[in-house]
Design a protein around this ligand. Sequence first.
Ligand code: NAD
Length: 239
Amino acid sequence: MDKHMLNENHEELAKRILSAKHIVFFGGAGVSTESKIPDFRSADGLYQKKNFPYPPEMMLSHSFFERHTKEFYDFYRTIIFKEAKPNAAHLKLAQWEKEGRLAAVITQNIDGLHQAAGSKTVYELHGSVKRNYCQKCGAFYDEDFILTNEGIPHCIKCGGIVKPDVVLYEESLHMDTINKAKNAIQEADMLIVGGTSLVVYPAAGMINYYHGDNLVLINREATSFDNRANLILKGSIGE
Ligand code: NAD
């Protein structure tokens, strides 16, 4: 895409945002790469790093958590970026919500950066590293508890194993979150999808609930939903 066309698309996006009253944003790991949190599938993403004992998808699966809990935590701790700060994309979305233009952010991310930016209505399809619960008594633990403990974190009240409130591979998404996200998408007058390869299901399939004619895609690479979009911006989401 040449520079002229990119500018034209930016202008068109700005115009549409100004006339929208019910924007819904659907995002993924690409939203946080400019906050220095690596995504999975970019050239410098996690899947390209070869220094793991098992593939990342396997280490983030339910069965791996059950069978190799210590190794799960050794890996899991490396994907918590406690010092990361919201970037321009997170901040702009929070601003639109405050201005009454944006109804909800639906994210596949687990980093909590939308809330850190000030967004209030955030549907976290895959949970959050900020929340962890004892599997036995349900006691809550924050991310510091996970980071400052070594090996398998055990509940200080009952000794149970603490599990992140993150939807692991092989686990189902929470029905309540899906329903809220689905309703938001169906009511949107503009759906902006950004920073996601749209290959992780069922999350990616949520876009199918949008039947309007104002679907915008912002991504560095092409996605399988490009032919469905009314406007495509190929480039940085922060920009
Ligand atoms: P993905 O890694 O599969 O795809 C990211 C996409 O974003 C790629 O197509 C890439 O080209 C694009 N991208 C990267 N940086 C960008 C930028 N600055 N501007 C525009 N586009 C950019 O990520 P996904 O689709 O979200 O699926 C991966 C799964 O991994 C998700 O379920 C998510 O939960 C999880 N994940 C989350 C985080 C996080 O919480 N920050 C990080 C890594 C992975």
